[in-house]
Design a protein around this ligand. Structure first.
Ligand code: CMC
Length: 455
């Protein structure tokens, strides 16, 4: 073994041991690391299947060294927090919010009840539920000036860009929101953001269509009010088909949280510097990209590009040759199936019963069939994820692809906020500040411009 290496052995009896030491005695449920550079051995406690990176920092080759750090681009094997909000078992395809299986919540609950569960840890009783729904409903309006600046966006502005900017701007309307040590202040921002997100999302949609923005209707439920702000024209009251309203509720529940994904990590990271609106705006920014929430928009565009079922084999070959990526497939955590995709597939049937079948469905089904049998996808454990079918539903509901990620961001807001509250309450959390391995030049003398330009 090279002198620049460490060898690792695990001892696992039961409870955790003391700090990392340079001796090897008495460790239970610990990792023994031998530093081959120095010959020293360290017992590092293993708790909940993890070692503390700070314990590794004690492993030093020289007294003035900074110790061993963990190099983990993309946080593939790094836990950044302890959380009691969402549980995922990627191998078994299990997703639970606060211990409740997603299948049961999607079947029996409402989005606002699930949002309450994520934020408060328990499902609400009748009184709590009514108070919660009342509070959310009566904070759906935004300051009239918000409308003014949203109108200032160009006619073809992407609605996610509009949502991101307007949520960031909300912080200027609630300067007290930075007083995050006050529990009442924190709770007010939670209510405001969950309540106002559909208003901002619907207005971004109306903006692209050149239609007047519709104010919230406080007599309607969360999903029904959102549909009204999206689609109401001159009628007294917009009546959504209850089956579509239910489908939207289910989609909102499925998207409400997903533990430490890219956008949640962004929320926690920005939230660690303590401004809640900037944190949620950061989450929206992270969600925007095609490898995360933007995948549903990318799936629809991909299906349109494929065009017909007979083109599917060619497209699959392109994916296998790395010329294409099968959007809506694959997941960092799910290596068996994504339980949300199963529920969405069922919801597509309910929606298509009302709207008629989306012709792109045939292409999607054929893609899924071929991919699930093909060695390339099977060996890499690539299965349809939540975004594979959601875009088809959204399109059937008359949304343009640019709106799809907005429809993800609105319900994810409750999960982001639950994670932010957990962060604020966690005494172990600090401002996020990863390390780097510096690979650039060192200590060079500055060359004045005249010397550089003449050289
Ligand atoms: N199409 C083709 N090949 C793929 C795909 C795909 N969709 N996803 C992964 N692979 C291949 C990848 O090329 C790699 O192959 P190889 O080992 O030969 O290099 C292998 O599978 C492992 O992939 P990875 O990129 O290391 O996996 P990851 O965990 O870093 O990425 C992912 C996960 C979701 C970003 C990725 O699967 C992907 O890009 N999927 C398409 C985009 C998508 O649907 N995103 C939505 C995710 S679910 C909702 C959400 O999080 O917002």
């Amino acid at each position: 073994m090279s002198t620049d290496s460490a060898s690792i052995d695990t001892a696992s009896t039961d409870t955790s041991s003391a700090d990392a030491t340079s001796s090897h005695d008495g460790a239970a449920s610990s990792l023994t690391i031998r530093d081959n550079r120095t010959g020293a051995e360290y017992d590092v406690p293993v708790v909940d299947g993890t070692v503390r990176a700070a314990d590794l920092a004690k492993i030093k080759a020289a007294d003035d060294g900074t110790g061993i750090a963990v190099y983990d681009p993309g946080f593939v094997n790094t836990a950044s927090c302890r959380s009691s909000i969402t549980f995922i078992d990627g191998d078994k395809g299990v997703l639970e919010y606060r211990g409740y299986p997603i299948e049961q919540l999607a079947e029996h609950s409402t989005y606002l009840e699930v949002a309450y569960l994520l934020i408060h840890g328990e499902l609400p009783n009748q009184q709590q539920c009514q108070a919660w729904e009342h509070q959310i409903t009566f904070h759906t309006f935004v300051h009239e000036n918000v409308k003014g600046f949203m109108e200032g966006f160009r006619y073809d502005a992407h609605p996610m860009g509009m949502l991101l900017a307007s949520v960031g701007a909300l912080s200027t309307f609630y300067p007290e929101s930075r007083n995050i040590s006050d529990e009442h202040v924190r709770n007010m921002q939670v209510i405001r953001m969950i309540a106002k997100m559909p208003t901002l999302g619907a207005w971004a949609f109306r903006h692209a269509q050149g239609k007047p923005y519709i104010y919230p209707d406080n007599d309607l439920g969360y999903a029904a009010n959102f549909l009204s702000m999206l689609f109401k024209m001159s009628e007294q009251r917009f009546e959504a088909d209850p089956r579509l309203e239910k489908a939207l509720e289910v989609l909102f529940i499925l998207h409400a949280d997903h533990e430490q994904n890219c956008s949640t990590n962004a929320v926690r990271s920005v939230g660690s510097s303590q401004d809640p609106y900037s944190a949620i705006a950061a989450g929206i920014g992270a969600l925007f990209g095609p490898l995360h929430g933007g995948a549903n928009e990318a799936v629809l565009k991909m299906l349109r590009r494929i065009g017909s079922v007979d083109q599917v084999p060619d497209f699959i070959e392109g994916v296998k040759n790395s010329n294409e990526r099968l959007m809506g497939f694959g997941h960092r955590v799910y290596k068996n199936y994504d339980p949300r995709a199963k529920i969405i597939k069922k919801a597509t049937d309910d929606v298509f019963e009302v709207t008629g079948v989306n012709p792109l469905l045939k292409i999607a089904v054929e893609l899924e069939k071929i991919a699930l049998e093909d060695e390339y996808f099977v060996s890499r454990k690539l299965y349809p994820n939540v975004d594979f079918y959601s875009g088809l539903i959204y399109e059937a509901l008359s949304f343009p692809p640019e709106m799809f990620t907005v429809l993800f961001a609105i319900p994810r807001t409750s999960g982001w906020l639950a994670q932010w509250l957990e962060l604020v309450d966690d005494p172990e959390q600090k401002i996020a500040r990863p390390k780097q391995i510096y690979t650039g030049a060192r200590t060079r003398d500055y060359l004045p411009r005249d010397q550089r330009w003449s050289a």
